[in-house]
Design a protein around this ligand. Structure first.
Ligand SMILES: *Cc1c(COP(=O)(O)O)cnc(C)c1O
Length: 434
């Protein structure tokens, strides 16, 4: 195991300093200043006793890269510091992060509740694939904490939401949701992919666990997949009997109890030493390195992403061929007040709008753009566009498309960091063809 928990004795550095430095130090043997790619499956033990201690989780260190790798550890510490958390585990994708979270906390027959406003892939993973493992997901309207309270029951082991959700620019009241989680003695888990810790730190508002698709803004360049699970270290696993995984002795580690032995980073230890070890969706050292390159500029990129998105949302909002724009940065958005509270530095850079002329007009726009790329991704330096009704949501009925915020006229943008005047000119010429 490696010491991937946040060093609580570190000076109180600013976000931009942490984005460049947290978790990294010059390589002690070579002096290399940039974090090396430790392209090694396994790591030599000092002697038999050291090996035994590592296998018993009695000391920190590296054994085998399915569990820990020095390059991956730097990324884990980096994201953990940016989220102001206690410990973090990186893995192969955002979906792997969600799987590791659920597989750590849930037994077959357990339940959890997720926001209705979720990344489409998460709705499928939770609603269909998790059901095959005996885990039941209830979907609730989390724009209303009372609607969440109404679906809670004693089998529910966690509450899952996106603070800033796509499609639709929905911003949730994290403090209110954290209150429900506290009342029921379960962790609030926030998928912080679209906000990133630069815009919002869910732990500061009472969340207990954060998951990321590092594929998006953390890496930020549309070239590497990755995921992260981070914990605040503040959740009390002993407050009820819902979490035997944390509070009961583990036979795989000679009766070790994770919450007792590791205290405020016990969840991350369990997620790594049992779930990641046994299911294996590990992040490669090369991918960790790519993501580290990206995360150094997270604050700079997010600033530009948000500034560009705000200008483009305002441009579209006043365009005669646009029916509506759903962006929490617009004063007309029902989520504007929540965005000002939880996302004071900007409302993110992924949003939807409706083009007059429906399905055909939507197809025309995505065919006509030149700088925007027509593809299914978000959080790239490049500006991206997609018409969900003719692509990602094509298989759904018109009623299902509407419910998912993917009606025939809906276009989703992920605004990049290019010159905003060029992006506006591109959209202008595309809209002129509708
Ligand atoms: C992309 C995405 C995911 C899934 O992440 P992958 O890295 O594609 O597995 C989860 N949540 C959100 C909000 C996403 O945008």
């Amino acid at each position: 195991m490696s010491p991937t928990e946040n060093d609580t004795n570190a000076p109180n550095y600013g976000f931009e300093t942490l984005a460049v430095h947290a978790g990294a130090r010059p390589d002690p043997t070579t002096g290399a200043r940039s974090t090396p790619i430790f392209q090694s499956n396994a790591f030599v033990f000092q002697d038999a006793e050291h090996a035994a201690e590592l296998f018993n989780l009695q000391t920190f260190g590296f054994i085998y890269s399915r569990l820990t790798n020095p390059t991956v550890s730097v990324l884990e510490e980096r994201v953990c510091a940016l989220e102001n958390g206690r410990a973090a585990v990186a893995c192969a994708t955002g979906h792997a992060a969600q799987f590791l979270l659920a597989a750590t906390l849930l037994e077959a027959g357990d339940e959890f509740v997720a926001s209705k406003n979720l990344y489409g892939g998460s709705i499928t993973q939770f609603g269909l694939s998790f059901a095959k493992l005996g885990w039941t997901c209830h979907f609730a309207d989390m724009t209303d904490a009372d609607a969440l309270r109404a679906v809670m029951n004693h089998k529910i082991k966690f509450i899952f939401c996106e603070a800033l959700a796509n499609p639709g620019g929905v911003v949730l009241d994290l403090e209110a949701l954290a209150g429900v989680a506290r009342d029921w003695g379960v962790p609030l888990v926030v998928d912080n992919t679209l906000a990133t810790p630069y815009l919002c730190r869910p732990f500061d508002w009472g969340a207990d666990i954060v998951v990321h698709s590092a594929t998006k803004y953390i890496g930020g360049h549309g070239n590497t997949m990755g995921g992260v699970v981070a914990e605040s270290g503040k959740f009390d696993w002993y407050q009820n009997d819902k979490f035997p995984c944390m509070t009961q002795p583990d036979p795989a580690y000679h009766g070790l109890t994770f919450a007792e032995t590791f205290g405020d980073f016990g969840f991350s230890m369990r997620l790594r030493a049992v779930t990641l070890r046994d299911y294996g969706p590990t992040l490669s050292a090369q991918s960790a390195w790519n993501l580290l390159q990206g995360v150094e500029t997270l604050p700079l990129r997010m600033e530009r992403h948000c500034a560009n998105a705000q200008v483009i949302a305002e441009f579209l909002d006043s365009h005669p061929k646009i029916a509506w724009v759903s962006y929490a940065g617009l004063t007309s958005s029902p989520y504007h007040a929540l965005a000002r509270k939880y996302l004071p530095k900007g409302a993110g850079a992924v949003f939807t709008f409706g083009v007059k002329g429906g399905f055909a007009a939507g197809e025309t726009v995505v065919n006509a753009v030149e700088i925007f790329s027509h593809l299914a991704n978000v959080g790239d330096t490049r500006s991206l566009i997609i018409h969900p009704a003719s692509t990602t949501h094509r298989q759904l009925t018109p009623e299902q498309q509407d419910a998912a915020g993917a009606g025939p006229d809906v276009i989703r943008l992920s605004i990049g960091i290019e010159s905003v005047a060029d992006l506006i000119a591109d959209l202008e010429q595309a809209l002129a063809r509708t």
